[in-house]
Design a protein around this ligand. Structure first.
Ligand code: ADP
Ligand code: TRP
Length: 321
C-alpha cells in the first residue's frame, strides 16, 4: 500500500497543525510505503517572494524531521524535485472540465479572501491530482478541507481510464482525519494562523508560555469548582499530559481550591516538556543543514525513479510515446 501526502510550506507550525496533520502523517509511517512531499509548486499560487518561499520550504523540512519522520522508513522530498509532475498535470488538464474546477470550495474561498484569480490557483486541483497519481498512491491522508480535491482526482482517473484504458492510472482513496478533533486556539476558536490564536510548537520559552498565561477564563474564584466543559485549558492539556495528570486536573476543576493561574502553569509545563525532544532535535538540524539536504536528495531520487515508471506508462497510453 502506498500512502502519500503533501505538506504546505506555510510559516510556523502550530499545535493544531501538529496534531491534525504532522503527527498523523508520521504515525502512518510503517503502515505502508510512505511518500511525503513539501508542496512548493502549490505554495507559489499564493507566495511570490522567493526568499520567503525558500525559507518556508526549509522550515517545514526541518520541522517534519524534528517531529520524528524517519527517513529510513519513507520517502520525503520537495514537489519541485520531480518536475515531471507538471507533465502529468497537463495530461490531466486535457480531460478536466472547467466546471469541475469552478466548483472547488478552496478556490472560491481564496478568491473571496481577495487572492487574485491566477491560472495556477484555478488549476491547483489538477496539479494536486498529478501529485497523487504520479506515484500510484493508494491512500491519501488529508484534512476535511481537501476532501473535494480528492474527489476531483478520482474523477480524473475515471476520465483518463475511460479514454485510454483501465490501469492507465490507479484509483486513490482519501483518508479523512475525522478522528482528530479540532485543536482549539488560545481564544477557543479553531486554532488557525488566520485567526491569530495559535500556540507555535517551536516558539521561544518565555513568550510562548506567556501566550498560555493569557488564555481567557471565567471569573470563578480560587476556591470555586470550575466548569470542565468547553475549557480551553483542559482541551489543550489533554494533548500533552498523561492520563493521571489529566485526571488530576479534572478533579481539581471539579473540587475547587485551585485557580486558573495554577492550571495554566501546569499546561505550560506539560506543553513545554511534550515538545522538548523535538525542540532539541530541531536545534541539531538547524546547525546541520547537510543532514536535511541529504534526506531531501535521497527522497527526490527515489520519488523521481518511481514517477518515471508511471509517466512512461501514461505517455504510452495517451500516444505521446
Ligand atoms: P491554518 O488553519 O493555520 O492555516 P493550514 O490550513 O495550513 O492551517 O493546515 C495545515 C494542516 O493542519 C491541515 O491538514 C489541517 O487540517 C491541519 N490543522 C490546522 N489547524 C488545525 C486545528 N486547529 N486542529 C486540527 N488540525 C488542524
Ligand atoms: N493541498 C494540500 C493542502 O493544502 C497540500 C497538497 C498538495 C496535497 N498536493 C497534495 C495533499 C497531494 C495530499 C496529496 O494541505
Amino acid at each position: 500500500m502506498r500512502i502519500l501526502t503533501g505538506l504546505q510550506p506555510s510559516g510556523k507550525l502550530h499545535v493544531g497543525n501538529y496534531f491534525g496533520a504532522i503527527k498523523p502523517a508520521i504515525d502512518a509511517q510503517g503502515e505502508g510505503d510512505g511518500y511525503y512531499f513539501i508542496a512548493d509548486y502549490h505554495a507559489m499560487t499564493t507566495t511570490h517572494d522567493s526568499n520567503e518561499l525558500r525559507e518556508n520550504v526549509r522550515n517545514v523540512a526541518i520541522d517534519f524531521l524534528a517531529c520524528g519522520f524517519d527517513p529510513s522508513r519513507g520517502v520525503f522530498f520537495k514537489q519541485s524535485s520531480v518536475p515531471e509532475v507538471n507533465e502529468l498535470a497537463w495530461i490531466l488538464s486535457t480531460v478536466c472540465p472547467m466546471g469541475l474546477l469552478e466548483r472547488c470550495h478552496s478556490y472560491k474561498d481564496k478568491i473571496s479572501k481577495g487572492i487574485s484569480a491566477n491560472h495556477a490557483l484555478f488549476a491547483y486541483p489538477a496539479l494536486m491530482a498529478a501529485d497523487i497519481l504520479l506515484y500510484d498512491s493508494n491512500v491519501v491522508p488529508v484534512g476535511e478541507d481537501q476532501k473535494q480535491h480528492l474527489e476531483v482526482t478520482r474523477d480524473l482517473v475515471g476520465k483518463i481510464n475511460d479514454q485510454y484504458g483501465d490501469g492507465t492510472l490507479m484509483m486513490p482513496k482519501a483518508r479523512i482525519r475525522d478522528d482528530v478533533a479540532k485543536v482549539p486556539g488560545l481564544d477557543g476558536e479553531k486554532m488557525s494562523k488566520s485567526y491569530n490564536n495559535t500556540l507555535p510548537i517551536f516558539g521561544d520559552e518565555k513568550p510562548t508560555k506567556k501566550l498560555i498565561m493569557r488564555i481567557k477564563t471565567d471569573s470563578a474564584a480560587v476556591e470555586d469548582p470550575k466548569p470542565t466543559e468547553n475549557s480551553i485549558i483542559l482541551a489543550l492539556y489533554q494533548l500533552f499530559a498523561d492520563q493521571a495528570e489529566y485526571g488530576q486536573m479534572i478533579s481539581d476543576y471539579e473540587n475547587g481550591g485551585c485557580g486558573y493561574g495554577d492550571f495554566k502553569k501546569r499546561l505550560a509545563e506539560a506543553y513545554w516538556d511534550y515538545f522538548a525532544p523535538m525542540r532539541a532535535r530541531r536545534e541539531e538540524l538547524v546547525t546541520n543543514s547537510d543532514e536535511v539536504d541529504s534526506v531531501l536528495k535521497a527522497g527526490a531520487e527515489k520519488a523521481r525513479s518511481e514517477a518515471a515508471k508511471v509517466l512512461d506508462r501514461v505517455r504510452k497510453a495517451v500516444g505521446l510515446a
